[in-house]
Ligand binder design. Structure first.
Ligand SMILES: *Cc1c(COP(=O)(O)O)cnc(C)c1O
Length: 458
């Protein structure tokens, strides 16, 4: 039986709100969960980014943070931790993942260029497009079908990649990315074989490979459990092999760095590293702190070590799998198999009577709050739906609700509670109605939109 491989030394209270109070709070938030106060949320599954709990070792490392402007001891400890795992020559700390992406793409992405990936994360795509290059998603077809089980659903489609290189020409592809695990595709892992073959293909055309490494340890654990030949390797060895095929990486340490803020850019090319360092100084800070406090770098150095612990990863991946299994037992449709950091409920099939333009996934996420004080996030037509010029509504490809699990924060009994609430909701699914938007911003409307319920038309 799975249990948390840690004891709890410090607790944070959860305020239990009554159903009436929750009803009032969600109405006041215009049925948008981003507009709730965190103190009114009982279980917060909005994101796994920066929401994890630090260990006693990390908190004690914070006390020895060296806050020197230049050459801080904490930087060298951080640099050593990153080098041990990635083997890259140049390590640049940044305040979070997108700062590393901004520096990298500001240097290599130009108009007329194409940057392929299995699937770009939204900040990555936005920064490539901001630099007027084109971001292409080339994950295998299986990644798009929720009910198809595939052990490495995050894999790059190598045929599509080769076609892309031939179509646009290697001179127009400054680098190729691999996102591990594939966040936007449901936290699905990429196999070692696929990473190796991606590198082999790119080498033929002299195109560098960069890894979006946010969840590299979770990906390494999947490789250990699912890929032949890796069952007896340590997570560190697997991670080292992953990075050995790459020329650099960007990282949001808010995920597998096990810290609440931080990131880095790491690479081997000296000339590019020098230019990146100059940008870093311009926008983040001196290269030995890069927008972080010395204590942040200390906590990160410890976190990068702790995340390689197989028992931690067994609990981490096991907890997500456990929640997914409980939902499936209650016939709640999810993306299968469960990925590393979240469970994605297929709201489109749970609430088939709500049309996409009335936002079934938004309706389901509101019900999670109403029924159980649980905050989730809609990944459907609120986020990706569009009104076309003809006035016709173009829905998102899938209507999903993501339950992202923060690292080391919630226990297995919290998972049971979440699954129970999901069943309660399912039992009255046919009575749940849709929503219409009463206010929306021009860009990224999901963060600030206001909604109102519409009468149930079955
Ligand atoms: C979170 C994330 C980023 C961006 O990192 P931030 O720290 O939020 O800026 C980039 N890529 C992936 C895959 C992510 O999950």
């Amino acid at each position: 039986m799975l249990f948390e491989p840690f004891k709890i030394k410090m607790t944070e209270p959860i305020r239990i709100l009554s159903k009436d109070e929750r009803e009032k709070k969600i109405r006041e938030a215009h049925y948008n969960l981003f507009l709730l106060r965190a103190e009114d949320v009982m279980i917060d599954l909005l994101t796994d980014s920066g929401t994890g709990a630090m260990s006693a070792n990390q908190w004690s490392a914070i006390m020895i943070g060296d806050e020197s402007y230049a050459g801080a001891t904490s930087f060298y400890r951080f640099e050593e931790a990153v080098k041990k795992i990635t083997g890259f020559k140049y390590i640049l700390p940044t305040h979070q993942g997108r700062a590393a992406e901004r520096i990298l793409f500001g240097l290599v992405a130009k108009k007329g260029m194409v940057i392929p990936s299995n699937t770009h994360f939204d900040t990555t795509r936005a920064l490539i497009e901001y630099n007027e290059a084109v971001a292409l998603d080339l994950a295998i077809d299986e990644s798009k079908i929720p009910s198809v089980r595939h052990p490495f659903k995050g894999n790059m489609d190598l045929n599509k990649l080769e076609e892309t290189i031939k179509k646009f020409g290697p001179e127009n592809i400054p680098l190729c990315m691999l996102t591990i695990t594939n966040n936007s595709g449901g936290g699905q892992p990429v196999s070692m074989e696929n990473i190796r073959e991606t590198k082999r293909l790119l080498s033929r055309f002299k195109i560098p490979l960069f890894i979006d490494a946010c969840r590299f340890a979770e990906n390494a654990y999947f490789i250990k459990k699912r890929e032949k030949g890796y069952e007896n390797k340590s997570i560190l060895e697997i991670a080292q092999e992953i990075f050995s095929y790459a020329d650099g990486c960007t990282m949001s340490a808010k995920k597998d760095g096990l810290v609440n803020i931080g990131g880095f850019l790491a690479l081997n090319d000296e000339e590019l590293a020098m230019r990146a360092k100059n940008m870093l100084i311009l926008t983040e800070g001196f290269p030995t702190y890069g927008g972080l406090a010395g204590r942040d770098l200390e906590a990160l150095a410890v976190g990068l070590n702790e995340v390689l612990d197989e028992q931690y990863l067994a609990y981490r991946i096991g907890q997500v799998e456990y929640l997914g299994k409980k939902l499936l037992e209650n016939n709640i449709p999810i993306i299968e198999p469960t990925g590393g950091h979240a469970v994605y409920i297929d709201a489109g099939s749970l609430l088939p009577h709500i049309k996409p333009e009335n936002f079934p996934a938004q309706a389901l996420s509101v019900e999670f709050y109403r029924e159980g004080g649980i905050r989730t996030v809609e990944i459907g037509s609120v986020m990706f739906g569009k009104k076309e010029e003809s006035g016709r509504f173009k829905p998102a490809p899938l209507e999903l609700v993501r339950l992202a699990i923060p690292r080391r924060v919630y226990t297995m009994s919290h998972m049971d509670y979440i699954a129970n609430i999901a069943s309660e909701i399912k039992n009255r699914a046919q009575d749940i109605g849709g929503y219409r938007i009463t206010y929306e911003a021009k860009h990224l409307r999901h963060f600030t939109a206001h909604f109102e319920p519409i009468q149930v038309g079955r």
